[in-house]
Write a protein that binds this ligand. Structure first.
Ligand SMILES: O=C(O)COP(=O)(O)O
Ligand SMILES: [Mg+2]
Length: 226
């Protein structure tokens, strides 16, 4: 048994369209035109406060600390009202989760998104039943690339061997800091070429993931026989 810990945005789900829509509603309240989807997608990955700071920097050329918290709260209200209106699981995710669970692996989530809305999204997309632990950006007082959220996820899943699966530079850095093998999903929101992101292996199709997990687990068992 290995614990398989997943990132959320850009890994299990393509959430950028709903995040884009929430930002558009916020900007509309400010009398501003929406940003394009690619711009908003490039702002995702470090959690909601950083997302909003990037939007403010982009739109106003600076981050006004007096308005930041209100922007965060208003965006979250818009986003939380319809977090799965446009959001979809990437192809093959559901099948991979079912297979990994059937093979006896414990499955967890480690995202920089707030934990409560992350759980609601997993429920809305009918995959929450596969997850034994959810660690969000507000769960442990630190966000990825700090390794603390990954340590918390490993612990919540029983503290044994674990693998992290994510889509971004932030995930790769967090996994390295937590000393976890990292599998990179290449079709998410990474900013750099795959070759420039540290990873043990990569995949573009979730149907390949269970076999990759088996290979990584076998190698780990060889390296450290028990
Ligand atoms: O930036 C966010 O809020 C979440 O992003 P993540 O699920 O990729 O960690
Ligand atoms: Mg991600």
């Amino acid at each position: 048994m290995t614990s398989i810990i997943f990132d959320l945005d850009g890994t299990l789900i393509d959430s950028a369209p709903d995040i884009h829509a929430g930002i558009a509603k916020l900007l509309q309240e400010e009398g501003l035109a929406p940003l394009d989807l690619a711009t908003v997608q490039s702002f995702i990955g470090n959690g909601v406060p950083v997302l909003i700071e990037r939007v403010m920097q982009h739109c106003f050329g600076s981050v006004d600390p007096a308005r930041r918290d209100s922007f965060i709260a208003r965006f979250m209200a818009h986003y939380n009202a319809a977090p799965t209106a446009l959001t979809r699981l990437y192809p093959g995710v559901k099948g991979a989760l079912v297979q990994l669970q059937d093979e006896g692996h414990a499955i967890g989530l480690c995202t920089n998104k707030p934990a409560a809305i992350s759980g609601a999204i997993l429920t809305g997309l009918d995959v929450a039943q596969h997850f034994r632990a959810i660690i969000g950006g507000d769960s442990v007082g630190a966000k990825k690339p700090d390794p603390a959220p990954l340590h918390a996820a490993v612990e919540a899943l029983g503290g044994g061997k674990a693998i992290y699966v994510g889509d971004s530079e932030i995930d790769a850095t967090a996994a390295a800091a937590a000393r976890l093998p990292f599998l990179l999903y290449t079709e998410g929101y990474r900013k750099r070429p795959v070759a420039e992101i540290a990873h043990l292996d990569s995949f573009a199709d979730f149907r390949r993931l269970p076999a990759l997990v088996t290979a990584v687990a076998a190698k780990a068992a060889e390296a450290a026989p028990q």
